[in-house]
Write a protein that binds this ligand. Structure first.
Ligand code: XMP
Length: 511
């Protein structure tokens, strides 16, 4: 399959480059720059992109892989750091910029005859984000674009299909960035743009049939979420009833979710076992208040329950997982390891414990691509467009310790919120929403009586990928209706508040 390789030097925008290329229906993979020396140029590799980086090429120890074996043999596009690296390795000079070059700039001159710049316009806005600048280029390097501040905004190596650009075409602020990437991918790398959801389904089904032996049984944990559901449909298409789905009710799901989702799976012809394990989870959680302790208890119990159910499947050889691309990209930590803020991998350790081989049919897809594939496979909108929901579920939305009574209270309050979002056509406008049960009680009056009851916080955010998020600006009238309905219908809650914090510095979940 034709593909582009993106060598990642640690830029925050690397994944965005990959998404833009995929939007052009061309498959691409992100590899850490450390793979560069061992990169074998097979025929399917049509081009290479060198990403940006938080480093400076002038720094001692900055990433500086030898690219000699690829330059001139396959098209290469260096972006920002990638461009500076190409310039410096070619004998040019990179110096600290005298004027800060962050944010919007406009192309003042460009060489339309260059295949990379073809169809772009003078005055076009581009996004700059760099502290260094390419001061001089060696002979044989031609400038193909400039801005008023940056003389070498883009260059080409004569006689090669090697290019460098100082700006970021992948961000939407670069208004003709998509055209530039298309020029590179389609005209320069000569990619066919044939990578579509249907194409993916056909090739993934063939690959799964090839990988999984003809009589092997496969086990998959289903959560009701998009990823595991799409993985199930793909596997079902490849191996039919040899796929055994296990859907565990951990007692921390949303109101009616277990029954509704199980029914939807059955409607899709999937072979799924629903396991009611709520009492086991509540027992494991009894008395625990610390969020990480709760996550661990939930993860551990899940493994126990899942393992027990899986043992009932004879001939099980594989454990399927709905892992997606952002989880597997080997992130390059050029500036030290990222701090773990929360442990999201609640069920790590499952495959090792079960002695099963792992199959991950979605490991090359971004979230939006998973949705497109799900649509191509006929996944109903009700699951396809579902908000993300954390593995530990309401367990991390009940602040403090968990009891079945609190779960019931929160399920009902959350149910009111989510149903009203759907009724008002707002559900699809927010990325994620839910209610949090706070560990405080407050005074109220109901009728003539003074009450002392619980507080619920509503959380709704807009986001692209959950990494950053803004609180959703839901209409006041809508919030008023939700608040009224919760307080009137959910006995035990007398106050509703709305969370107006963005991420960062707040997180989406409260624990
Ligand atoms: P935060 O709260 O970190 O959440 O802003 C970002 C996204 O991750 C989800 N989340 C979790 N998912 N296990 C999960 O599977 C967890 O422990 C967990 N904690 C947060 C959260 O719902 C949001 O979509």
């Amino acid at each position: 399959m034709e593909r582009l390789i993106i060598l990642d030097f640690g830029s925050q925008y690397t994944q965005l480059i990959a998404r833009r290329i995929r939007e052009l229906h061309v498959f691409c993979e992100i590899h850490p720059f450390t793979h560069a020396p061992n990169l074998v140029l097979t025929d399917d590799i049509r081009g290479i992109i060198l990403s940006g980086s938080p480093c400076s090429v002038r720094e001692e120890g900055a990433p500086n892989p030898d690219l000699g074996h690829v330059l001139g043999r396959v098209p290469v596009l260096g972006v920002c750091y990638g461009a500076q690296l190409l310039a410096q390795q070619g004998g040019g000079e990179v110096l600290p910029a005298t004027i800060r070059e962050y944010g919007r700039a406009r192309l003042a001159a460009l060489d339309d005859a260059s295949p990379l710049m073809h169809g772009l316009h003078t005055g076009s806005q581009v996004w700059m984000s760099h502290g260094d600048t390419i001061q001089t280029l060696s002979a044989g390097y031609a400038v193909i674009a400039s801005t008023p501040e940056v003389a070498v905004a883009a260059f080409q190596v004569e006689g090669q299909e090697t290019y460098g650009i100082q700006f970021h075409p992948e961000v939407t602020h670069s208004t003709e960035g998509k055209r530039l990437l298309q020029n590179f991918v389609v005209d320069i790398c000569r990619c066919e743009q044939s990578w579509t959801p249907d194409h993916f389904v056909d090739s993934a089904v063939l690959a799964l049939q090839h990988t999984i032996g003809p009589t092997d049984q496969v086990i998959l944990g289903l959560s009701g979420g998009v990823d595991s559901s799409v993985a199930a449909l793909l596997l079902h298409r490849a191996i039919g009833p040899r796929l055994h789905g296990i859907f565990v009710d951990n007692g921390l799901l949303r109101q009616d979710e277990f029954a509704t989702v199980l029914k939807a799976y059955e409607g899709l012809g999937l072979n799924v076992t629903g396991v009611n394990a709520a009492p086991e989870f509540y027992a494991a959680l009894a008395g625990l208040s610390d969020p990480e302790a709760k996550r661990k208890a939930i993860g551990r119990t899940f493994i126990e329950v899942f393992d027990r159910e899986a043992q009932k499947v004879t001939g099980a050889a594989w454990l399927a997982q709905g892992t997606i691309y952002p989880d597997v990209i080997e992130s390059v930590s050029v500036k030290g390891p990222a701090v773990t803020i929360k442990s999201h991998h609640n069920v790590g350790g499952l495959p090792e414990k079960m002695h099963l081989k792992v199959v991950e049919p979605l490991r090359m897809l971004f979230k939006d691509e998973v949705r497109e594939v799900g649509a191509a496979l006929g996944l109903p909108g009700e699951i396809l467009n579902r908000h993300p929901f954390p593995g530990p579920g309401l367990g991390i939305r009940i602040l403090g310790d968990i009891t079945p009574e609190k779960v019931d209270l929160l399920q009902r309050a959350d149910g009111v919120f989510i149903n009203l979002l759907k009724e008002h056509g707002l559900y699809s406008q927010v990325w994620q929403a839910g209610a949090m049960l706070l560990p405080v009680q407050s005074v109220g009056v109901m009728g003539d009586e003074r009450t002392y009851e619980r507080v619920v916080a509503l959380r709704a955010v807009t986001s692209i990928d959950g990494m950053t998020a803004d609180w959703a600006h839901l209409p006041y009238e809508f919030l008023a209706e939700v608040s009224n309905k919760i307080i009137n219908q959910v006995r035990g809650i007398n106050r509703v508040v709305y969370d107006i914090s963005s991420k960062p510095p707040a997180t989406i979940e409260w624990e």
